[in-house]
Design a protein around this ligand. Structure first.
Ligand code: GDP
Ligand code: CA
Length: 329
């Protein structure tokens, strides 16, 4: 089975870890299951001259066994000597701290990028160490950056655009986003292998990643949405919204910014042109309209409390997908 998934950071990574756990228990016909992950890179940021790719790293560390479990991002057993030294030099920002172990990843990435290696190859080189058990592809080798437009009475026009990380991490998304922009997306080309992985998959999965700034951005890369509309594989998604709220994080602030209600049904609506199946939490059973061209909906518990729970969700997604393929097969 060839599975392709789109992924942001924590929600994507935890789902994918469950997927791999689940696949361990699924017999193969001799050829191993292949999982390709298309990761969001629009959260990427340059700090202290280092290129940081938070979503790719969260997936890589989570699947490779190096993640800080409690936090859900960054390295386990981390130290902050470099951050303390940078602070002593008065070198900010003080709201985005990089741990020592994590910094090594960014040093390697920055050096390889500086030698002219595209991000997709750099990511593969980093994964040589972590062996995440999936093929991890950035959505694009070209630079795309999510910027958030916020009110600022001192700025010209009363508004100013800030980097997504400043809005999310420094401001905790508590300042209303007037607009969310993916700068550079129109010119971005999908990274090598991305469109093929979507077109040639047996199943495409959308983990419960942020529908606006993770999945939404990947869908904005020219060609990706068309590949999803055109693929013969069933496309099955998992709702990141449970009982009208994001399970963690501030996805509701992102949805509000694009004028979409925070509900499992409304998120499914964002994917309506290509979605075949939609998993919602049992508490949301019956809230998503079905019938006609609408996706098949199934309700199962969607809280990824541990690897086994995430594995059960992934299993339910594959099961829903299998039911969708059988009539054509
Ligand atoms: P980020 O880049 O680290 O913000 O991570 P993602 O975009 O991959 O995922 C963030 C989303 O994951 C949030 O909007 C949450 O609603 C969702 N999420 C986190 N934990 C869970 C969970 O246990 N179950 C479900 N259904 N969604 C979750
Ligand atoms: Ca992210």
């Amino acid at each position: 089975m060839r599975i392709t998934a789109l992924a942001g950071g924590i929600g994507g990574a935890r789902f994918l870890r469950g997927l791999l756990h689940h696949l361990d228990s699924v017999p193969t016909d001799g050829t191993p299951h292949e999982v390709t992950v298309v990761g969001n890179t629009a959260d990427d940021v340059t700090l202290h001259g280092l290129r940081v790719c938070p979503d790719l790293d969260t997936v890589m560390y989570t699947l490779g066994g190096g993640i800080h479990e409690g936090q859900g991002w960054g390295r386990e057993d981390e130290r902050f000597t470099v951050a303390e030294e940078l602070a002593a030099y008065g070198q900010g920002p003080d709201w985005f701290t990089l741990g020592d172990r994590d910094i090594a990843t960014h040093v390697v990435r920055t050096r390889l990028l500086g030698q002219g290696m595209p991000l997709s190859e750099v990511t593969a080189a980093l994964c040589d160490r972590w062996k995440p058990g999936v093929r991890l592809l950035p959505m694009s080798d070209d630079r795309v950056e999510t910027h958030v437009v916020v009110d600022d009475e001192d700025a010209e026009g009363g508004r100013r655009a800030i980097h997504f990380q400043e809005w999310w991490v420094r401001l905790h998304a508590a300042v209303p986003a007037r607009q969310i922009l993916a700068v550079g997306i129109e010119q971005a080309r999908p990274a090598p292998g991305v469109l093929e992985a979507l077109r040639e998959a047996d199943v495409v999965l959308l983990p419960p990643s942020n529908p606006v700034v993770s999945i939404g951005t990947i869908l904005g890369v020219p060609g990706v949405r068309d590949a999803l509309r055109g693929t013969r594989a069933p496309v099955v998604g998992v709702s990141p919204i449970v009982g009208g709220a994001p399970v963690r994080g501030m996805a509701d602030a992102c949805l509000t910014a694009i004028g979409v209600e925070t509900s499992a049904a409304a998120v499914a609506g964002l994917y309506a042109d290509f979605l075949d199946g939609w998993l919602v939490d049992t508490s949301d059973d019956g809230t998503v309209p079905t019938g006609g061209d609408r996706p098949a909906v199934r309700a199962v518990p969607l809280l990824m409390t541990d690897v086994a729970a995430a594995g059960a969700i992934a299993g339910a997604a594959l099961d829903l997908a299998a039911g969708l393929t059988s009539p054509v097969a």
